[in-house]
Design a protein around this ligand. Sequence first.
Ligand SMILES: *[C@@H]1O[C@H](CO)[C@@H](O)[C@H](O)[C@H]1NC(C)=O
Ligand SMILES: *[C@@H]1O[C@H](CO)[C@@H](O)[C@H](O)[C@H]1NC(C)=O
Ligand SMILES: *[C@@H]1O[C@H](CO)[C@@H](O)[C@H](O)[C@H]1NC(C)=O
Ligand SMILES: *[C@@H]1O[C@H](CO)[C@@H](O)[C@H](O)[C@H]1NC(C)=O
Ligand SMILES: *[C@@H]1O[C@H](CO)[C@@H](O)[C@H](O)[C@H]1NC(C)=O
Ligand SMILES: *[C@@H]1O[C@H](CO)[C@@H](O)[C@H](O)[C@H]1NC(C)=O
Ligand SMILES: *[C@@H]1O[C@H](CO)[C@@H](O)[C@H](O)[C@H]1NC(C)=O
Ligand SMILES: [Zn+2]
Length: 283
Amino acid sequence: MHNNFFLIYIFLIVFVPKLKAQTKYDEENDVDIHWSYDDQEHWPLVFCRNGTQQSPIPLSQNTSLLTDLKPLVIENFDEEYLLDVSQNGHTVVVEIPEDCYSEIPKLSGGKLTENYTLSSFHYHWPSEHTIEGIQYSLESHFVFFATKYVNYTEALKHPFGLTVIGVLYQETNYTESDNFEVIAEAVKETSGQLYTKVRTSTPINLNDFLPSNQDIFFSYEGSLTTPNCSEYVNWIVFKDTSIIKNTYYMDLKHIKDENGTLLEFTNRDLQEINGRTINLQKS
Ligand SMILES: *[C@@H]1O[C@H](CO)[C@@H](O)[C@H](O)[C@H]1NC(C)=O
Ligand SMILES: *[C@@H]1O[C@H](CO)[C@@H](O)[C@H](O)[C@H]1NC(C)=O
Ligand SMILES: *[C@@H]1O[C@H](CO)[C@@H](O)[C@H](O)[C@H]1NC(C)=O
Ligand SMILES: *[C@@H]1O[C@H](CO)[C@@H](O)[C@H](O)[C@H]1NC(C)=O
Ligand SMILES: *[C@@H]1O[C@H](CO)[C@@H](O)[C@H](O)[C@H]1NC(C)=O
Ligand SMILES: *[C@@H]1O[C@H](CO)[C@@H](O)[C@H](O)[C@H]1NC(C)=O
Ligand SMILES: *[C@@H]1O[C@H](CO)[C@@H](O)[C@H](O)[C@H]1NC(C)=O
Ligand SMILES: [Zn+2]
């Protein structure tokens, strides 16, 4: 009797933690977490390799259809939010905590036929989209889901379920806003622990992350740029870029993958346009 309990105990302490570590699964995106930017040809889903509407793509006025689109309506980005910052071995993720008392940011307008709710935002370095052939230092993705669905995961199952706003940033020596410093500080505080959420020390106005000119943007149908590469994504990328101070940039991207290796780059390769229409808001 005693021996059996002892064996079960040994089994639990020796095997269960490993089992847990090896079956880490990204439920939200229905995909195994063990993929890497070094090995993009082997991303876990066939869809990432044989999709026909994949992202990112090169954006240029030359290859766009100049269109008179409705203005974007970005609501509640001027609220002051305390944010939850974490890392997942692929990027830095920022979420608005569920116990926040302000209105959640919303998006509509442009080519969108639905209202969208902000789910989270994250970063890629260097930028994934290019504009007029230029790759910038950083790109942030504000991920919205169609408000008529309950959450991100549910929206991912439906055409036009998601809309992502892409913002590209140039490094500079000086910025007026300390928005990125607050995020970078929180990243340091996670001490390299994956999935640990750290609340920012001061509230942030999300507008500080957007370019000052939000009137001109590219708009096209594409995919998530990470597995599972779902193609139910409306893309909106501002033509105007914004800035990030170089020291905050270094701190923000100082994270490691699941094996403790510094993530040098977190951008997916450019994908084929495959005859898709890219709209560019007329200036
Ligand atoms: C991506 O994940 C969603 C949500 O789990 C799932 O419904 C969808 O079928 C997946 N798409 C692909 C292309 O695997
Ligand atoms: C981590 O190491 C394992 C085992 O060598 C490997 O299979 C996996 O792809 C690595 N993860 C990344 C993100 O490189
Ligand atoms: C991509 O591969 C999947 C799985 O093999 C298949 O179901 C799908 O039809 C393929 N799509 C294209 C466009 O080839
Ligand atoms: C989007 O929200 C606005 C304001 O709440 C509402 O008037 C409109 O009907 C909504 N649109 C859709 C497609 O649900
Ligand atoms: C855009 O078109 C102009 C003129 O045709 C050409 O010089 C330029 O290289 C093109 N730019 C890109 C990014 O394709
Ligand atoms: C999203 O909603 C579905 C359906 O209600 C639920 O099963 C799932 O757990 C939710 N996912 C998250 C991340 O909240
Ligand atoms: C600005 O930063 C760059 C590196 O990004 C550096 O080479 C340059 O000396 C800096 N200029 C000033 C005035 O600090
Ligand atoms: Zn992204």
